[in-house]
Ligand binder design. Sequence first.
Ligand code: FAD
Ligand code: SIN
Length: 512
Amino acid sequence: MIRTNYLIIGSGVAGLTFAIKIADRFPDKIVTIVTKSNADESNTKYAQGGIAIVTDETQDSYQKHIDDTLICGDGLCDEEVVKLVVTEGPKRLKELIDWGAKFDTTPKGNFDLGKEGGHSENRVVHHKDQTGYEIERAILEQVHQKKNITVLDHHFALDLITENNHCVGAYVLNQKTNEIITFQSDYTLLATGGIGHIYGHTTNPVIATGDGIAIAYRANATITDMEFIQFHPTALYEDSIGSKFLISEAVRGFGAYLRTKSGHRFMPDYDPRAELASRDIVSQSIDLELKKSGDEFVYLDCTHLDVVAFVKHFPMIYDRCMKNGIDIFKDWIPVIPAQHYLCGGIVVDINGKTDIINLFACGECSRTGLHGANRLASNSLLEALVFSDKIYNYLAEVTVENNSENNLIPEWQSEMKPSLELNYCTEIKSKFQLLMRQNAGIVRSDADLLAAKSQLMIWQQELKETCKNYHISTELFELYNMITVGNLIVQQSIERKENRGGFVKFDTSCKY
Ligand code: FAD
Ligand code: SIN
């Protein structure tokens, strides 16, 4: 058994920024981060566009950012949370800069501000097209400098340990030794990120399997808004399953056009903001165009843009297209919508508290009320920064309770169990991902959802038994978690009777 004061599960922007602050505040307390891959592997690392922050109040204002967020969320945002997150932005940006993260500036020394869908002003602070990589680099460096933080990479959290609705720790699999470690903690933070691989086609890296949400669900935490899946309109089309390379929305903010195969620029037909309508509208419009034409992708046309400025701003995107044989100044880029972000998740209050005592959640796995029915572009890094600070401020004032120090915490029952057949997980996973794409994608129907539900219930029960009776592995638990989260998405989609934001069921009051 390992005892720690603060157990943080996940090493993206949410987990790491909380770790830095709490370790500084309580130098004599132990902070432990467990993370299931390399320490820097996370959705955070792949963020391209940047962070939406009002930095220049001559043209922009907090009110405009608040309004854009509310419009995008289609009436379902919590206005108090929106105000809080938007107005805290500049302070959190300054902290990142103090920790060593660099952001692009103009020759005059102001921030070089990008524009993305749904934003009425240029307000996206960025580091070329690799903002997440730069942030993760800087904050991980800070974490490694703190003597009271231990980072355990390749450690996979299996389940929380709860007693009378108090979280007292977690069971964690050391993926290299296969040992299951019992962690006893005073406070636990779930910062486990997104769910992309539930759909297979996603901009997310392979770590995004919804673990934290499934873990919280099994511990009886409330999980909501799971029907609000955000599909990014422009993932690079490649004829393969798995993580897809993102062509940032900032490229459309830079002036790129969306065209059908025949060359028609279709977005002005759907929305006066054309390519810069919010993401839900652009993805739904592409989906309709593809259904009309039977094509597999649409195109993003950059051929009219300033070559030098483009390469300076988007060097990674330029290189990746070149590697795929696409010279973006002559060729159009084939793109399709792909799963990108989950707006819902583990319900937390304004201090990041879940409804399990001493359990907090932050970042993409949490549901704060900021996004409502659809997240405004580049509001996600901002949300994680603001809420990790809120959790820190809350816990900075609370004396550590020595939660259950004297209680006996049961060890994980890990008697010898048989191993699974080699292809068991891969076969169910690919069937499951296909089912989610076909029955719970951009446009859903109750008939498809109900059919998916009955299959998911069978798999969920089967996986529950398999986890009990077979040797535990990351692959098996990830599959169990993905099916649990898929079930929540499908169930909450069935329950939603009205189309909002990123949620469209064609047999309800259709909006488009
Ligand atoms: P993550 O950064 O995903 O970190 C989760 C961590 O938890 C990882 O370290 C993971 O390994 C670990 N973990 C998961 N499960 C377990 C487990 N069972 N046990 C142990 N560890 C576990 N947002 C913006 O605001 N602006 C952008 O420009 C932007 N661009 C994006 C581009 C791409 C390609 C992608 C994929 C996302 C983008 N986003 C953007 C969204 C944003 O990056 C994420 O929502 C945000 O970084 C999530 O941070 P997080 O800390 O919550 O999770
Ligand atoms: C992008 O760069 O298009 C992604 C931005 C985001 O997800 O907020």
